[in-house]
Design a protein around this ligand. Sequence first.
Ligand code: NAD
Length: 359
Amino acid sequence: MKKTIFVTGGAGFIGSALVRFLINETDNQVINIDKLTYAGNLESLESIAQNERYSFEQADIVDKDAMRSLFAKYQPDYVMHLAAESHVDRSIDGPGEFIQTNVVGTFSLLEAAREYYKEQPQEKQQTFRFHHISTDEVYGDLGDTGLFTEETSYEPSSPYSASKAASDHLVRAWYRTYGLPVVVTNCSNNYGPYHFPEKLIPLMILNALEGKPLPVYGDGKQIRDWLFVEDHARALYKVVTEGEIGETYNIGGFNEKQNIEVVHTICALLEELAPDNALAKSSGGDGFESLVTYVADRPGHDVRYAIDATKIERELGWRPVETFETGIRKTIEWYLENSVWCQHVQDGSYMRERLGSKN
Ligand code: NAD
């Protein structure tokens, strides 16, 4: 049956992919609740903004009264909570906003949801879900081998991951203590279209196209698992509709790569996909590679994250469709075709400067 779904942070990278998925691939009603920080961009939703099943509410999740009135106004069936401060380097420069939005904001939203849930008739209570979207960074650093599972204990390293860990604990406590029906997902690094260019992959693509240095932290051997954002959106919908209450599901791409490998792949694909670029033409093959610049590592940088995503496959039948090779190609093609979005997103305060290294 058709549901009314709150998506917090729907103007962000993953949130906008989820909203586009929900409007294009389901018949649900979507309410996007977003404060529109530097990371929120309504241009990412232009393709669905006129749809009658879509509404936008500019609001801060920290503001409990605002959240209460949105629950009263729309009477949602599901809350999919993605709003967050999400960039590790920013959390090193200024952790305060991370505590406010990620911890206090999640608390406000949980309280508004709990008050609303209590007042609902039994049939509505049975189907209501609060889905908290989190990160594999809560598990901390992994050695050379092994994988994070849903049972791995929490050991966050950065202010960002500590704030996300705190919010995960709050969500589970609201289930255990108050019986709020929650599901939690922890996912690996997402990439894909509409990604704000402070994160590794879009930063490298855009810098390379402009002939700017490609800053690689430390020796570039940090390992991350890469998840294509549209695969993630499908996984999130699976979990909110079919996941078991109180359970956690790890979502990963089955694509472990060293950061430097990612950069090499981007350079090679740009040679092929942007042959008219001056660097691609001038160099006879290693033009983009010549931009790679090693810079001081991030303080507290975790060496390896890798996720065991077999539970969601086994229990809910989800697997990513994209491999890293197909996903990164689609991503680069998208950035080449969407220079207007890229220009607009960079008109704000962020100009691809280095963050998180000034202390
Ligand atoms: P993002 O930074 O691109 O978007 C965050 C969105 O939240 C923005 O639209 C912003 O305006 C909004 N927002 C921020 N503070 C708010 C507030 N106080 N009230 C309302 N809205 C607010 O983030 P993303 O990469 O799309 O990540 C979404 C979620 O997924 C986050 O919770 C993040 O922790 C989690 N996550 C992301 C990744 C990743 O690779 N990007 C990996 C694992 C988990």
